[in-house]
Write a protein that binds this ligand. Structure first.
Ligand SMILES: Cc1cc2nc3c(=O)[nH]c(=O)nc-3n(C[C@H](O)[C@H](O)[C@H](O)COP(=O)(O)OP(=O)(O)OC[C@H]3O[C@@H](n4cnc5c(N)ncnc54)[C@H](O)[C@@H]3O)c2cc1C
Length: 405
């Protein structure tokens, strides 16, 4: 029997870590608070090293099958007319719409399918962690107790593992001034493969993104706001917040609000940044959003989760946790720092508060995508290569023969 590892969180980082640990001879168990793989979310993109990791996992064929072929991103007015656009090909997939875009729910499902040999405990969560020299005693909400060699928190921005073993939420999570919600609606118009966003004064975004099935669309409601006091597990309260904020707005807003009460794949969260100085405490470590997250504004959460899981598994393959956990952080930190950087202007530029601000943003976007400037914009978007040398990190992971590059 290999070492046992309990992973809290069955989103992206959790199953990715379980995948690699299983192949390295460990015995991973994933505990996920939801009743099954969580659907929902908009598209997430795979570029650079995260695409290499997906390729090494043998997932690219499944990902490409479910890939959304988006044509680009456009801002629209309340009557639906385009005010500015960023076509995908203009930036060769390096702009806001990447070469590989996949629905987050699809990726979660692909990862769950890729780990049939992993034990998943759905509908449960950790309530207590007691570690000693030889292992971690874990108490679950269901009342059961089990012992594991190691525990990894892959349970997202509101990580329970981080709270139990590292410190309170507020110590590590910084609110960046906004909230976002995603859910599926019947498409109110033919999106023709474009992501469309209507911005209303007050820092309000109403968006639609294509689904596989053109009869449906992925809705987005985002707004700027200081911290709101609400229960992050109370879905009804979250839906009410949106009804109040977005009531009376134009374009397809009312259609989205009408769909809200019955939305099954509803997701709502704050735009937050997570920074934990030390990613491990003894036998317990963090991976993905639980330990490092630049927020959807920075836009690399899935990449960091996939690469973080790969690097952590790689280090655990080569040394025991006392050396592997710090080595994982040393190797990942420069890449994490790089990809947690916010785009210039941050939330203020993307979601202006005034009509004048919206006009300024749209004019700037048109200018950036105009012939004289598109080369320069493209260079800025492509940015620097990923600050991690992934091939050297692969180490001796026992990748199945058919899944190597
Ligand atoms: C439903 C959903 C939709 C999302 N949609 C988008 C999107 O459209 N755009 C975007 O940029 N980012 C989105 N995100 C966040 C994005 O998935 C992450 O930023 C990124 O992929 C890193 O993944 P992660 O595995 O670290 O965290 P996550 O993907 O957030 O996964 C964390 C998992 O842990 C589970 N969990 C939480 N608390 C506990 C607990 N106490 N015990 C056990 N399990 C727990 C959650 O249910 C979730 O499945 C979404 C997340 C979720 C959960």
């Amino acid at each position: 029997m290999g070492k046992t590892v309990l992973i809290s969180g069955g989103g992206i980082a959790g199953p990715a870590l379980a995948f690699w640990l299983r192949r390295g001879g460990f015995v991973p168990t994933v505990v996920e608070v939801a009743k099954g793989p969580r659907p929902g979310g908009q598209t997430v993109d795979l570029r650079g090293v995260s695409k290499v990791v997906a390729e090494r996992m043998g997932l690219l064929p499944a990902i490409e099958q479910r890939q959304l072929h988006e044509r680009g991103f456009e801002y629209v007015r309340e009557d639906g007319r385009r005010t500015a656009a960023m076509p995908m090909e203009l930036f060769d997939g390096a702009g806001p719409v990447a070469e590989i875009e996949i629905l987050r729910g699809d990726l979660a499902e692909i990862l769950a399918d890729a780990t049939p040999d992993v034990e998943y405990l759905y509908g449960d969560s950790i309530t207590q962690l007691d570690q000693d020299a030889t292992g971690v005693q874990v108490t679950f909400a269901s009342g059961t107790q089990r012992r594991f060699d190691l525990v990894v928190g892959a349970d997202g921005v509101h990580s329970r593992v981080r709270r139990l073993a590292f410190g309170p939420h507020e110590q590590f999570v910084q609110h960046l001034g906004g909230y976002s919600s995603y859910f599926t609606v019947e498409a109110p118009e033919d999106l023709n493969h474009w992501m469309k966003v209507y911005t209303a004064p007050g820092g309000l975004w109403v968006g639609l993104r294509p689904d596989h099935d053109p009869r449906f669309a992925k809705a987005l409601l985002s707004f700027r706001s200081p911290v709101i006091d609400y229960d992050y597990r109370d879905v009804a309260a979250q839906k009410q917040i949106l009804q109040t904020r977005f009531s009376g707005l134009g374009w397809h807003t009312q259609h989205l609000l009408n769909a809200l009460p019955d939305a099954q794949d509803f997701y709502f969260d704050s735009t937050s940044r997570v920074a934990v100085p030390e990613w491990s405490q003894g036998r317990i470590a963090l991976v993905g959003d639980a330990g490092y997250c630049g927020s959807p504004l920075a836009g690399h959460g899935t990449a960091l989760a996939l690469v973080g899981a790969y690097v952590l598994a790689s280090e655990l393959q080569q040394a025991d946790h006392t050396r592997a956990f710090p080595a994982y952080q040393r190797r990942m930190q420069p890449y994490v720092d790089q990809r947690m950087e916010l785009p210039p202007g941050g939330i203020k530029m993307a979601m202006p508060m005034t009509a004048l601000g919206i006009k300024y943003r749209d004019t700037t976007t048109r200018l950036m995508t105009s012939k004289p400037f598109v080369g320069l914009t493209s260079k800025l978007m492509i940015g620097k290569p990923d600050a991690i040398d992934l091939p050297r990190l692969g180490g001796p992971l026992r990748v199945p023969a058919e899944k190597t590059e």
